[in-house]
Ligand binder design. Structure first.
Ligand code: HSE
Length: 307
C-alpha cells in the first residue's frame, strides 16, 4: 500500500506528539513536511531528521494536511487552500470550526475533500463519533456534558475549599488550560465544543455565537458543594453555564482531566461517553484515528450541512 504523505502544521506539544506517532504507529503514513510560522526559529522540541521544515503555505502539496497550530486566521487560509485542492484537512482546532466550520464543510463537499476534527471535542474521547452515530436516525433530543477539564479541575478544587486562584494555577500546571486560560474560565472553550457537537447532532452548522455562555470567573463555591461547567443543548437552545449538580449525577463524578458527554434520544434512552479530554498524548490518538479513516479510503466531512 502506498504511504499517505502528511503535511503537519504546528510543532508544539501536540504537533510533536503526533509527529512521533506518525513515525512509530502502525499506519502506512509518513511526514512529508513539518510547517511552522517561522521555520528559522529554533524549537524547544527537537524535530526529526530528514523532514523538510517549511512555512504552512508550503506544506499543502501532500496527501493529507494535519493542522495542530491553533489560532483562526492562519488556519482558515490553510484550510481553504487545502480543501480547494480536494485534499483532506484534519485538525484539532475548535475555534476554527466554531467560527468557519460551515464554510469549510461546504468547501470540502464542493471539492470532494474530507474534513475531520475528532480531537476538537473531548480530546482523545470519541464524542464526535458517538454523536455522529446516534444522529443517523435524526432522533437526538439533548446533549449534556462536562467538556472542559480546566473548569472541572477548578470547580472540584473550590468544592474542596481551595481558592479560585490556587485552583487555576494548579490546572495550568497540570497542562489542561489553553494557552490563554480565559478561553477556559470564560466558558468559550466549552461553548466552541458544544457548537461543534450540536452541529453534528442536528445536521446544521451552528457557530459559537449561538451558544449562551457564562463562565466561572468570580463564582463562589461552598466547601462540599458540587458545581460543574455544564454544556447543554437541545435543537433550540445551546447553553454553557456553571450549575450545581446532584451528587448522584454522573457529571458530579467527573474529575481531573476527564470529560463526559451524555446524549438523550427522543425515546428517553441515554448514551454516555467519557475519557481524557485534554493533554497531548490523548488528543493525538484522536488525530491519528482521523488519519486512519483516510487511509481506509473514507472521505468524511464533519458537518452534514454547511448551513
Ligand atoms: N483547555 C481545554 C480543557 C483543553 O481544559 O479542556 C482541551 O480542549
Amino acid at each position: 500500500m502506498q504511504r499517505l504523505r502528511i503535511g503537519l502544521i504546528g510543532w508544539g506539544t501536540m504537533g510533536a506528539a503526533f509527529g512521533e506517532l506518525v513515525q512509530d504507529g502502525p499506519l502506512p503514513i509518513s511526514l512529508a513536511a513539518i510547517a511552522v510560522r517561522d521555520p528559522a526559529r529554533a524549537r524547544a522540541i527537537p524535530m526529526p531528521d530528514g523532514v523538510d521544515v517549511v512555512r504552512p503555505d508550503e506544506a499543502l502539496d501532500v496527501d493529507v494536511v494535519v493542522e495542530l497550530a491553533g489560532g483562526v486566521e492562519g488556519p482558515l487560509t490553510w484550510a481553504r487552500a487545502t480543501l480547494e485542492r480536494g485534499t483532506p484537512y484534519v485538525t484539532a482546532n475548535k475555534a476554527l470550526l466554531a467560527t468557519h466550520g460551515g464554510e469549510l464543510a461546504g468547501l470540502a463537499r464542493t471539492n470532494g475533500a474530507a474534513l475531520l476534527a475528532s480531537a476538537s471535542v473531548g480530546g482523545g474521547t470519541p464524542m464526535i463519533e458517538m454523536t455522529t452515530h446516534l444522529a443517523a436516525t435524526g432522533r437526538i433530543e439533548r446533549l449534556r456534558g462536562a467538556v472542559n477539564a480546566t473548569t472541572t479541575y477548578i470547580l472540584s478544587a473550590m468544592g474542596e475549599g481551595r481558592s479560585y486562584d490556587e485552583a487555576l494555577a494548579a490546572a495550568q500546571a497540570a497542562g489542561y488550560a489553553e494557552a490563554d486560560p480565559s478561553l477556559d474560565v470564560d466558558g468559550r472553550d466549552a461553548a466552541q465544543k458544544l457548537a461543534i457537537l450540536a452541529s453534528v447532532a442536528w445536521g446544521r452548522w451552528r457557530p459559537e455565537a449561538d451558544v449562551s455562555t457564562t463562565g466561572i470567573v468570580g463564582l463562589e463555591v461552598q466547601p462540599g458543594e458540587t458545581v460543574r461547567l455544564v454544556a447543554d443543548a437541545t435543537p433550540d437552545r445551546l447553553r454553557v453555564a456553571p450549575i450545581p449538580v446532584d451528587p448522584e449525577d454522573p457529571l458530579a463524578r467527573v474529575t481531573g482531566v476527564e470529560n463526559l458527554l451524555e446524549i438523550t434520544m427522543r425515546d428517553g434512552s441515554i448514551f454516555r461517553v467519557s475519557g481524557p479530554g485534554a493533554g497531548g498524548p490523548a488528543c493525538v490518538t484522536a488525530v491519528y484515528a482521523d488519519v486512519a479513516r483516510l487511509v481506509a479510503g473514507e472521505r468524511p466531512i464533519l458537518f452534514r450541512s454547511a448551513s
